[in-house]
Design a protein around this ligand. Structure first.
Ligand SMILES: Cc1cc2nc3c(=O)[nH]c(=O)nc-3n(C[C@H](O)[C@H](O)[C@H](O)COP(=O)(O)OP(=O)(O)OC[C@H]3O[C@@H](n4cnc5c(N)ncnc54)[C@H](O)[C@@H]3O)c2cc1C
Ligand SMILES: NC(=O)c1ccc[n+]([C@@H]2O[C@H](COP(=O)([O-])OP(=O)(O)OC[C@H]3O[C@@H](n4cnc5c(N)ncnc54)[C@H](O)[C@@H]3O)[C@@H](O)[C@H]2O)c1
Length: 446
């Protein structure tokens, strides 16, 4: 069949491209080989956060004097998780897609020519654009014995129907720390194997050690500088000869773009794939390798949808208009949903310095009236990185209980290029944890 736009991949990113072009009046097909809703809905964001939330709610309650008792019912937590995945059934998402005018095509799509996508032997043509939003797949490390050992990936870690008695987690990235804590709080005996001296190594250097403290408080055994060499059912052998045992072994060592060669599709800020003539091939989301995050992929999706619509009307998207994903370079926010939570946006101090910027770094404990009310003995840390030339923020990091909702203020300040002098006039309400903004600006020198 012919369409104006064909989107390959019906994850959150593909859905958002298709939604935008269909809403703009373009006939749009979305090709999906598994479940409409993608990894995020069924095996990533939603089930992983559902597995974590009950444990966090209980821990938060128990940090307030006067709350007595409380416990987790792992079976009910798993049931709640399963509810968020609609028991791995995409009927609801397909109905939504069709209700907004998207034509859903089931099957594996392949770009077989210019503006041409083949699905199960049937050739479909796109009058305007083909958009690749195929996401990413787990990256497996070179471990002896891996081919013969049934291990967990993030799919099993988010969809398991029972709590394993013990679990070894290989990899100190976001999946590793989140899943280690979720399963530990559900009663599994968890060992986290981290190859470097701290987990979450790409974040500010104080983040990893604070997350390790939180994991150890939950009984997770965290092995640092531990390099894995071989795996067999029930055991992971480290290069120094130590053997770590667990009923299940989760390999969480990163992801690669879902392309034939595992390489990312490099795009410009309107989503056009570099090196392809004719301005018809676009990509967005994990497959671009830009930022492996649902919200940022959906932002790219909105840019791609807008750019296709604008170009169909003969105009070109301007920088910082809806048709360009310019914030990818300055303000990508991310929350790691551990306890303590990690929330950060922008660049780390080290990245900013490496880019040649003259920055001032403000480090503070989160210790304000709001935090002391929020939890007895609240502890947390924050870092603000300020560009001294423009007096605007480059990056902000918070670590502590329930800091996720503080993040959007930082994102707005960075994207809006708000100076610290003007930020001074954004008065945080008393007594909220946001008052830490005032303390940071005072510590900066205002
Ligand atoms: C455990 C885990 C937890 C996460 N938690 C968070 C979180 O809390 N917050 C956050 O922002 N991000 C999180 N992420 C990252 C997030 O899941 C991804 O960034 C997001 O899913 C990317 O969306 P996407 O649409 O690009 O790809 P996907 O969600 O991977 O969707 C791609 C879709 O394309 C389909 N597909 C692939 N190839 C083809 C083909 N040839 N033909 C047809 N269909 C095809 C796939 O079946 C899939 O449905 C998490 C990731 C993991 C693994
Ligand atoms: N809350 C969230 O926003 C959230 C949650 C989960 C995942 N995600 C996204 O999904 C993506 C994938 O997550 P991930 O944790 O799989 O990847 P990651 O890239 O964040 O972390 C992988 C980690 O594994 C380590 N590693 C690589 N090879 C190894 C080996 N052989 N042995 C031991 N360690 C090894 C790396 O040093 C790295 O720290 C991330 O980019 C993340 O942004 C986001």
């Amino acid at each position: 069949m012919d369409f104006d736009v064909i989107v390959i991949g019906g994850g959150p990113v593909g859905e958002n491209v298709a939604w935008r072009t269909a809403a703009g009046g373009l006939s749009t097909a979305m090709v999906e080989k598994e479940l409409v809703g993608g990894e995020c809905s069924y095996w990533a964001c939603m089930p992983s956060k559902a597995l974590l939330r009950s444990g966090h709610a209980l821990a938060a309650a128990q940090r307030v004097k006067g709350v007595v008792g409380g416990s987790l019912d792992p079976r009910a937590v798993l049931e709640r998780r399963t509810g968020f995945t609609s028991d791995w059934d995409d009927t609801g998402q397909v109905k939504w897609a069709e209700s907004v005018g998207i034509h859903v095509v089931r099957g594996e799509g392949e770009v077989t020519g210019e503006r041409e996508v083949t699905v199960g032997g049937e050739v479909h043509r796109a009058r305007l654009a083909v958009v690749v939003a195929t996401g990413s797949v787990p990256k497996m490390p070179p471990l002896e014995g891996l081919d013969d050992t049934p291990v967990w990936t993030s799919r099993e870690a988010t969809s398991a129907r029972t709590v394993p008695e013990s679990l070894v987690v290989l990899g100190g990235g976001v999946v590793g720390v989140e899943m280690a804590q979720a399963w530990a709080r559900l009663g599994s005996k968890v060992t986290l194997v981290v190859s470097g001296d701290r987990p979450l190594p790409r974040m500010e250097d104080f983040v990893g050690p604070l997350v390790v403290e939180g994991l150890r408080a939950d009984g997770v055994e965290v092995l640092l500088n531990a390099r894995a060499a071989a795996v067999e059912p029930g055991a992971l052998t480290l290069r120094d000869g130590r053997v770590v045992r667990g009923a299940e072994i989760l390999v969480a060592t990163g992801r690669v773009p879902a392309t034939k060669d595992g390489k990312p599709l490099v795009i410009d800020d309107t989503g056009l794939v570099s090196g392809v003539d004719g301005r018809w091939l676009y990509a967005a989301g994990d497959v671009t390798g830009r930022a492996l995050l649902t919200h940022q992929g959906k932002y790219q999706a909105r840019a791609v949808g807008s750019a296709i619509l604008e170009r169909s009307r003969g105009s070109e998207p301007e920088p910082w208009s809806a048709g360009q994903a310019n914030a990818d370079h300055v303000a990508v926010p991310q929350v790691v949903f551990t306890d303590p939570e990690v929330a950060f946006v922008g660049h780390t101090a080290a990245e900013a310095r490496a880019a040649g910027r003259d920055v001032k770094v403000v480090d503070l404990d989160i210790a304000v009236a709001g935090s002391s009310l929020h939890a007895d003995g609240y502890s947390g840390k924050t870092r603000m990185v300020v560009d001294e030339r423009t007096r605007t923020l480059v990056g902000v990091t918070f670590v502590g209980q329930d800091v996720a909702e503080l993040l959007h203020a930082a994102t707005i300040a960075i994207v809006g290029e708000v100076t610290v002098d003007r930020l001074w006039h954004a008065v945080p309400a008393y007594p909220t944890i946001s008052e830490v903004w005032l303390r940071m600006l005072e510590a900066y020198g205002l």
